[in-house]
Design a protein around this ligand. Structure first.
Ligand code: MLT
Ligand code: MN
Ligand code: ZN
Length: 303
């Protein structure tokens, strides 16, 4: 077996996708019109493999069926029932990261990995019982305990500042807490290392240390500026309130990660309000000049 770390961005957008079903923000209007400078994007998910045959999904998005259709490596290959998707790891319990599990319900065996906390969130919801227990094995994973879900593919999860899923928020909400609710992932194969952090409230020294020296990084690119949704009249929430650091400014992720040695740095989980989605926009150019790629659906990274 030739071991080579491959990643396919299945969905590069945040929850809602681009365009979002009910949205007429500047970016979505361009997308609805078919303006070539805004690519449509599906919701947050990445596939990784060490052998190109068996794949681990990092998050399962509501767009999973379309994402599999668009990625020939994930099509059934042999016999009458088959899938190259052998395992799924969820990084939190958000709608955009877990509801795709419901699309994997046709009695296909795979392993489902997550923290105790996130697996409990899933277990609390009976609808997920459509993943038959005799087919889908739920495996709880812990910080500091690397595991190998597929031959040649080594995974470790680590805490990042985050919060409980939006739909589980209550009076006890603490934004930016580090725990089992929101995790980042280190993926290693054949001597290469990829770091995946689709949600991060702020960049800590521990997060920086995880990223430093990686061959590639997929990092939370939800918003460009903290108040962009408020300024567009789309809601009352800042990025900070949603548990997402913004790209720009002295407190932004581009500045916080600027000094680190990283092979390729790619933003992922990009919200439809983010002006970097407009090719050639000043914001897009600023991030590209800072060394960032704006990932799109179908982007492949081979390390
Ligand atoms: C987020 O990333 O903040 C969540 O996916 C929001 C949501 O559940 O829609
Ligand atoms: Mn999300
Ligand atoms: Zn929009």
């Amino acid at each position: 077996m030739t071991v080579r770390l491959r990643a396919i961005v299945l969905g590069s957008a945040a929850g809602g996708g681009v365009p979002q079903w009910n949205c007429r923000c500047r970016v979505c209007r361009m997308a609805w019109k078919g303006d070539g400078s805004v690519r449509p994007r599906t919701q947050s998910s990445v596939a990784v493999s060490a052998d190109g045959e068996r794949w681990l999904l990092l998050n399962a998005s509501p767009d999973i069926r379309q994402q599999i259709w668009s990625a020939p490596a994930l099509h059934p290959q042999t016999g009458s029932r088959h899938s190259p998707i052998a395992a799924v790891l969820v990084t939190n319990g958000d709608v955009d990261h877990v509801t795709g599990l419901l699309g994997l319900r046709e009695r296909q065996a795979f392993d489902l990995y997550g923290t105790d906390e996130t697996l409990r969130t899933i277990a609390d919801n009976q609808i997920f019982d459509v993943m038959a227990a005799d087919c889908v094995t739920r495996r709880s994973v812990a910080f500091g305990e690397p595991f190998r879900p597929l031959p040649g593919l080594d995974i470790e999860i680590f805490p990042v500042p985050g919060k409980v899923p939006l739909w589980r928020e209550d009076q006890s909400l603490r934004i930016g807490e580090e725990g089992e609710n929101t995790v980042g992932v280190t993926i290693s194969a054949g001597g290469a290392r990829l770091v995946y952090i689709p949600g991060c409230a702020h960049v800590t020294d521990a997060v920086r240390a995880r990223i430093d020296g990686a061959d590639a990084l997929f990092f939370d690119g939800t918003l460009y500026t903290d108040d962009e949704m408020i300024r567009e009249g789309l809601g009352a929430k800042t990025g900070r309130r949603m548990g997402h650091i913004s790209m720009s400014g002295p407190d932004g992720s581009a500045a916080a990660l600027a000094g680190l040695a990283v092979g390729r740095r790619c933003f992922i989980h990009i919200n439809n309000t983010n002006p970097v989605l407009i090719e050639g926009s000043p914001e897009r150019r600023a991030m590209e000049e800072a060394g960032w790629e704006i990932s799109h659906d179908g982007l492949e990274v081979v390390l």
